[in-house]
Each structure stands twice: as C-alpha cells, then as structure tokens.
Design a protein around this ligand. Structure first.
Ligand code: NAD
Ligand code: UD1
Length: 309
C-alpha cells in the first residue's frame, strides 16, 4: 500500500470524521480539506498521519493544493442541510456544485482517479411515495440541495467518460450517529431529538410525524465507504445506501422514550416546505456489491449514540 494520503473533503464533519478514524485505524494516511463551517477541528484526532487543510472547496487553488499527491478522494464537503439550501440557494451552490467541479478539475490535472461521492436520496424527491426507491426511479430534485447533488453526479459522470475519473456515486439515505451536530434547527433529526430528549427540552415535529426515513448508522456507512475506496474496480452509475427500512418520526420518538424512560413535551408544527414525505432505499444494488453483514438496528444505533449500550 502506498503512503500517499486519501483526501477527505468535509473530513471534519459528522460522516467525514468517522471515516477519518476508520482509515487511520487501517493505517491509511489522511488529508482533510474542510472550511470548518459545520465541521470542527475537535472532531479530528491528533495523529501524525493526519493533515488538516482549512480551506474552501469553492476555491480552486485550495482544492488543487489539497488534491496534489493524493491517491484517492472522498468528497463529502457540502452544506448538508436541505433547508439551508432553500434559504440560500446561491451560497450553498458554491459549496455543493462548484466545489464538486473544482474537485473534478483538480483531479484531472493531478491524475488522481478514484473519488467516492456523497450524493443523496433527496435526488428522488417524492417519487418514492410508499415504495422502496430503486436507482432508476425518475429524479425529482425539489430543492437547490437536491439539484446540486444530481448535477454533481452528472459532472462526475462526464469526467469519468471524458477524463478517466473513477467516481463511486453513493446516494446516502439518512445517516445518524456520534458527532452529528445537533446545534442548528436544520441538523439531522435524530441528533436534535436525542440531544433535546436528554436535556429535557421540548421537541418539535414538523408535520404529523408520520413521514418516514430510512436511517443508517454511521458505522455501517463508513464500512461501505472504506470498501469502495479500496475496491479494485468500480462500476458507473449511482448506488443507494440505506437499509430498506422505513421509520416514522413518531416511531423514532417511541424508541427514544423507551431507551431514556421518558420524553419531554412534543409539539407538532406545520411541515417544512420542500420536505420529502417518504424515503426508503431499494438497496439491492448496494447489497450485491457491498454486502452489509448485520446492519445496526434503530434501537441499537440509538442506544450507542446516547451511550446507553
Ligand atoms: P456535516 O455538515 O457534518 O459535514 C460537512 C462538512 O463539510 C463539514 O465539516 C463542513 O465544515 C464541510 N464543508 C461545508 N462546506 C464546505 C466548503 N465549501 N468547503 C470545505 N468544507 C466544507 O454533514 P454530514 O452529515 O457529515 O454530510 C457529509 C456529506 O454527506 C454531505 O455532502 C452531505 O450532503 C452528504 N449526505 C449526508 C446525509 C446525512 O444523513 N447526514 C445524507 C445524504 C448525504
Ligand atoms: C437528510 C440530510 C441530508 C440528506 C438527506 C438524505 C441532514 C441535516 N440532512 O435530509 O443531507 O441528503 O437526509 O435523505 O443531515 N424534523 C422534525 N423536527 C426537527 C428536525 C427535523 O420534525 O427538529 C423532520 C424534518 O422536517 C423531516 C425529517 O425530520 O421531515 C428529517 O429531517 P432531516 O433530519 O433534516 O433530514 P432530511 O431532510 O431527510
């Protein structure tokens, strides 16, 4: 194995920092490029095999510097909040699409081929209503966030055909686990609910709580990411990353209540605009390529997250 690092853009964030730990544990050197907008230096361990570049993927010079000498890239840097993109389409576009293009260009120049990309179930919009969503389901990006993720997929595919890039495009469903930052109202719902439940603060559900999500524990996701990085060959086309299990927010609250032995008050407010109603992955393509031996169940994952296991 060469000693050149794997570059993780957005590596100081929730998913990125968990991936950093997994790669360092396998003896892989890591370079992180992160503007620390939602990520934190404190998420990263002190390790001589880890280098942090504080910078923006929207800055081509900075991306060029970060890519130079790397063996592969995992591109996670983005504004992950769907609602933030609704509020600020231009600002989020710089990170979520221009960042991807800058990365493609820098990789082409540097002759780096493998890139694992964090796309999203959001590209399907509401087309999965009630069914599990296969990759060929028509796309219906409802928000600037989803539009930028889908456009990024297309650009990566262009660079694959034109310049020999090896993109692995994963459409993550809803990921949860330690280090998911609960501090913004637009943070991932599990991080907000568990944090507020533990502090005894009121919980807000947007809508009737019967919307569903396919939640995957961070450890299971990281396992897939590492395997995709190390795989000899990769196929074109995107792959869903989810468990094909739907959980309503109301069910989620019942499990949290069970685990903590109580729950603060829960208030129901109108649904957020652009919010997706049902989301569940058909994960057969994923399982054929990267089998998940025993994915973490909701109860077990929530217990781990809240340090109760
Ligand atoms: P996160 O906010 O914790 O991580 C994103 C990281 O990117 C942060 O460290 C942030 O500081 C950094 N970043 C943002 N804009 C940047 C920029 N312009 N330049 C450099 N760094 C920048 O969120 P996360 O949940 O870890 O998400 C990681 C990736 O996975 C994102 O691309 C997100 O869209 C995608 N994704 C996440 C989920 C999920 O459920 N968490 C689901 C689907 C896709
Ligand atoms: C999440 C990810 C997004 C990813 C997508 C893939 C985050 C912040 N967002 O978006 O990056 O691309 O999954 O499927 O990680 N809700 C409440 N109360 C709250 C917070 C949220 O009721 O306090 C509701 C929301 O209105 C929504 C559901 O919970 O109906 C899930 O919201 P959220 O965790 O923000 O995830 P997604 O919008 O699905």
């Amino acid at each position: 194995m060469t000693d050149s690092p794997v570059l993780i853009t957005g590596g100081a964030g929730f998913i990125g920092s968990n991936l950093v730990d997994a790669l360092l544990a396998r003896g892989v050197a890591v370079r992180v490029l992160d503007n620390l907008s939602t990520g934190k230096q404190g998420n990263l361990p002190r390790n001589p095999r880890l280098e942090l570049i504080v910078g923006d993927v929207a800055d081509p010079g900075c991306v060029r510097k970060a890519v130079r000498g790397c063996r592969a890239v995992v591109h996670l840097a983005a504004v992950a909040s769907v609602q933030a993109s609704v509020n600020d389409p231009v600002g989020t576009h710089k990170s979520n699409l221009i960042g991807t293009l800058n990365l493609c260009e820098a990789m082409r120049e540097a002759g780096v081929h493998r890139v694992v990309y964090a796309s999203s179930a959001a590209v399907y919009g509401n087309n999965g209503e009630g069914e599990s969503i296969g990759e060929d389901t028509p796309k219906a990006p409802l928000t600037p966030y989803a539009a930028d993720k889908l456009a990024s997929e297309h650009y990566l595919d262009f660079y694959r055909r034109q310049h020999g890039l090896e993109p692995v495009i994963f459409r993550f469903f809803n990921v949860y686990g330690p280090r998911q930052d609960p501090s913004s109202p637009y943070s991932g719902v599990i991080s907000i609910f568990t944090e507020r439940a533990r502090q005894g603060l009121p919980i807000t559900v947007f809508g009737d709580g019967e919307q569903t999500r396919d939640f995957i524990y961070i450890g299971d996701l990281v396992d897939v990411l590492v395997r995709a990085l190390m795989a000899g060959q990769v196929e074109s086309g995107a792959m869903n990353v989810g468990l094909n299990r739907a959980t309503t927010l109301n069910q989620l609250l019942v499990i949290i209540q069970d685990l903590l032995g109580g729950l603060p008050s829960v208030e129901y407010q109108p649904a957020r605009s652009g919010d997706i109603r049902h989301s569940r992955a058909d994960n057969s393509r994923l399982l054929a390529r990267y089998p998940l031996s025993e994915p973490t169940g909701m109860r077990e994952g929530l217990a781990k997250l809240m340090d109760l296991s």
